[in-house]
Design a protein. Structure first.
Length: 333
């Protein structure tokens, strides 16, 4: 299944049905009077969140959604049938944005969450509605009220407890494949990961979800590389796991590059709890690893962990630290 995390759709609730002009005509009953019924209400546009969906790909092929109109009224005081509501199913974590792509109109964050987004138009009145002591044979009726319509953007932000960030080829996909049952594409070239991946991880008896997003490069906030559009998928995370390739020449600079991109994208994202892990230590000797870790700490002021996903070195320690932070954050919420 292809991954799609943004889609623009047109939605319209149903129009109300028209009222009816009718008079009673029954044998042996004189001057039966008006009995035109009201029109039925148009159907609503309803959004519903489902955890078994994880992409917006369905909205690439269907962009227009119209709820059924209400039926017109009829004689014998019969009200028209209400139009059925149109339920649009979206993945948990979907934001509904205005046409400006900035104003958040609704945020579907829980399984089964349901919101009536556009209400259907009310039905028109039949002539029976206008009957009075001074107007006993009204011939007036009204059409149904039109439904609401608008264009909206759907933006998916995956629900994950921890997010993986780092430069391309920092080892994010390898880490995710090692600690979970996820099967991300892994290859020895940049931008192997083209869309976010999720994996369920266990630290002892505690389980949590990790999101792996495509690698960032300098200038991502300006659209360089794959840009920063996928950073939205780690905005809901409790903690970031920042992976840095220890085999590179200037690992402190690489770390600062990503930190700067996070800050330019969102100051709130840059303030999230963070664990730093220097990866691929299986490629260096222990002495070289320790020396690089000391240099990194001296230049950044932050003490990193050192790991190897391929050799499964120090992976459990990282997972337990992530789990501890996630537990604290969830208790605070």
């Amino acid at each position: 299944m292809k991954f799609l995390d943004q889609a623009k759709i047109y939605i319209k609730s149903g129009d109300g049905g028209s009222g009816c002009v009718s008079f009673r005509r029954e044998k042996y009953i004189e001057r039966g009077g008006p009995n035109g019924g009201n029109g039925g209400r148009g159907g609503d546009i309803v959004f519903e969140a489902h955890s078994d969906l994880n992409t917006l790909i369905d909205f690439r092929y269907t962009q227009h959604f119209r709820a059924p109109n209400g039926k017109g009224g009829a004689g014998r005081d019969m009200t028209g049938a209400k139009g059925d509501d149109l339920v649009i199913k979206v993945p948990v974590g979907t934001e509904i944005l205005d046409d400006d792509k900035e104003t958040v109109l609704a945020d579907m964050t829980e399984e089964g969450q349901r919101i009536v987004f556009l209400k259907g138009g009310d039905g028109g009145f039949g002539n029976a509605h206008y009957k009075s002591s001074t107007n006993q044979a009204p011939r007036k009726s009204t059409p149904g009220w039109p439904g609401e319509e608008r264009d909206v953007w759907l933006r998916l932000k995956l629900i994950a407890d921890a997010g993986l960030v780092g430069l391309p080829n920092a080892g994010k996909s390898t880490f995710l494949a090692t600690v979970s049952q996820a099967k991300p594409k892994i290859a020895d070239y940049p931008f192997t990961t083209l869309h976010p991946n999720l994996g369920v991880v266990k630290a002892g008896e505690y389980s949590f979800v990790i999101a792996d997003i495509p690698g960032l490069i300098e200038g991502a906030h300006e659209g360089h590389g794959l840009g920063d559009r996928f950073l939205g998928h780690v905005e809901r995370c409790s903690v970031l796991l920042h992976l840095v390739d220890i085999t590179q020449d200037d690992i402190a600079k690489n770390y600062k590059t990503i930190r700067n991109e996070l800050k330019l994208y969102s100051p709130l994202l840059a303030k999230k709890a963070e664990i730093i892990a220097l990866t691929k230590i299986d490629s260096l000797t222990q002495e070289e690893t320790e020396e690089k870790a000391r240099t990194f700490e001296k230049e950044t002021g932050k003490k990193p962990m050192v790991i190897s996903a391929v050799a499964a070195k120090n992976i459990d320690q990282v997972l337990y630290q992530l789990a501890d932070i996630i537990k604290v954050k969830k208790n605070e919420d």
